[in-house]
Design a protein around this ligand. Structure first.
Ligand code: P6P
Length: 333
């Protein structure tokens, strides 16, 4: 495959399909540059005094890691002056972050989980950044949380970076999914996979099995059938993976198929799952659907969900189309 840079890809897309207006191209390049900076900070580990917990909690009530806050700051500072954004929203911030008055306002809104998989930071397991791009509503003067509450089908771009053995950036602007690997010597994102497609079937599933006793019947039935393997109703053996970093699990699925599940369970009946709709499930669902996969909350397509609040949670079944369809059908049974 011809090795082209992210910039060249974006310019070619803009020229060929006019699917990436100049402002959106600028936004994507700025986010990609911020992910390079985060990768550098993450890569320092203990040498950079960036490990461990900060002495603060985020809106989710989770103890923040130093790198959660550092990554959040990197994304805010990289994006607020460019004139391409009207506002930002982050897992790490309770309220939205309007662009400061000293900078021009743009027509896009950026949402992100600056560092997903934080429980893995201190033990050197892959983590990542997830981002989603929406257009600001026509005629919006002062951005409010309500302006962000758009269904996932309204996303104009979504992507994630994985800080692992390689640093990769996966991106969609609605015209397929491409993967770029960071060339650390040149500091460039180089396209290494074009038009990724997720196999419709799989023999691999991801779920935190320690919660099995809390699962609701459709999930219990589905997972037990996978565990029964060749001698069970599925008549084939399945493998299990759980990295506890959604970006890493989804990236594996994008490359070799699989189904990732974070269902609602009986631990907290009012909580529809752990993952957040706006800046985790929606961007991942956009990417996975663009790669031929599927994503539901067990009952409906994630991208069709009308958000009610910025940090709302959602159950997630995402990956190989035929498996997502099966477990979703079990919820309807
Ligand atoms: P558990 C990371 O904290 C995260 O939000 C996802 O990246 C990951 O898939 C999940 O939570 C892990 O949750 O309950 O297994 O620790």
């Amino acid at each position: 495959m011809k090795r082209i840079s992210l910039t060249q890809y974006l310019i070619e897309e803009q020229r060929l399909n006019n699917s990436i207006p100049a402002e959106l191209r600028l936004l994507i390049e700025v986010v990609a540059r911020a992910c390079k900076t985060i990768s550098h900070a993450v890569g320092k580990g203990a040498l950079g005094d960036v490990l461990g917990a900060a002495d603060t909690e985020n809106v989710q009530g989770e103890i923040q890691k130093k790198l959660d806050i550092i990554s959040n700051e990197i994304l805010l500072q990289a994006n607020e002056w460019g004139g391409h954004l009207a506002a930002m929203a982050s897992e790490e911030m309770e309220t939205i972050h309007p662009i400061p008055n000293r900078y021009p306002m743009g027509e896009y809104m950026l949402l992100f989980d600056p560092l997903d998989g934080s429980s893995n930071i201190d033990v050197n397991v892959s983590i990542g950044t997830i981002f989603s791009v929406l257009k600001a509503p026509e005629g919006m003067a002062t951005p409010t949380e309500k302006d962000f509450l758009q269904p996932g089908t309204r996303q104009v771009a979504a992507g994630y970076a994985v800080y692992g053995p390689q640093t990769v950036l996966v991106l969609t602007t609605g015209n397929g999914v491409n993967c770029f690997t960071l060339d650390r010597e040149m500091g460039s994102w180089i396209m290494t996979q074009r038009a990724l497609q997720i196999p419709a079937d799989t023999a691999e599933y991801s779920i935190n099995a320690s919660n099995a006793r809390h699962w609701y019947p459709p999930v219990t039935r589905y997972v037990k059938e996978l565990e029964a393997g060749k001698t069970g109703p599925r008549e084939k053996n399945f493998n299990m993976r759980w990295i506890a970093s959604m970006v890493a699990d989804v990236h594996r699925i994008l490359n070799r198929g699989g189904i990732f599940m974070y269902p609602a369970d009986a631990r907290e009946p009012d909580k529809p799952g752990k993952l957040r709709l706006m800046y985790e499930a929606n961007p991942m669902a956009f990417i996975v659907e663009q790669a031929g996969g599927a994503a539901t909350d067990g009952k409906m397509r994630i991208l069709d969900i009308q958000p009610i609040t910025l940090h709302q949670r959602v159950a997630v079944f995402i990956g190989s189309r035929n498996e997502v369809q099966r477990v979703t059908e079990y919820h309807a049974a």
